[in-house]
Write a protein that binds this ligand. Sequence first.
Ligand code: PGA
Length: 233
Amino acid sequence: MIYYANWKLNKNSSDVVEYFEKFNKFNCLDDICFFVSPPLLQTAKLHSKYKIGAQNVCYEDFGAFTGETSLSQALDFGVSSVLIGHSERRIKFFETDELLNDKLKLCSEKIECVLCIGENIEGKARKQDILEAQLTYDLDGVKFECYPNIIIAYEPVWAIGSGVTPTADEIERTIKFIKCFLKSKYEFEFKVLYGGSVDLNNIKEFKQIPSVDGFLIGGASLDAEKFYKLINA
Ligand code: PGA
């Protein structure tokens, strides 16, 4: 099972050291990656025995892009994965599908990419159309050889950080839909994660969902013991 932690804009370097002092003692055999913000990449890489990921990279690899982190710089730090199109990037930083498509084309040749998709609360009734459109635009022109590097994270925007989630049944139906759509369009079996308010109260049930390959976990990954409990629930 895949357990990817999204720390968002949390922690400083002493917190990171303390976290991994605890978390490294646990022996987790699952596929685990911590997505940290750019200033923490080096400390996290140095102290974690698990994979480290970047929460975002620029759609160009060098040049006049003040404030951005490039894919080459992230690779320099030894990151193993990059989040693309998290809903907070789409909404708060106005990242469009066109821009995300550029990022995917740049990154998927070189590194694992976790492409985040999901409907907002107003889009609930048109969920399938929204997911189809996001996948179609974001993956447009990405080379077939790069598909194995792409993991999809289904994160309903309304479930992120809200404590509200779809039912296990709804998650199963949506992820099956995503997988079928991708299989029919790209003739490739993509892995799909679920994300949005995963916590100790729902993880056991969600782990039983047949189509789910793993989870993208925000708030509940910030505490080392809690995250370990989730993984082992
Ligand atoms: P959450 O965040 O687990 O805190 O809801 C998930 C995410 O934003 O990836």
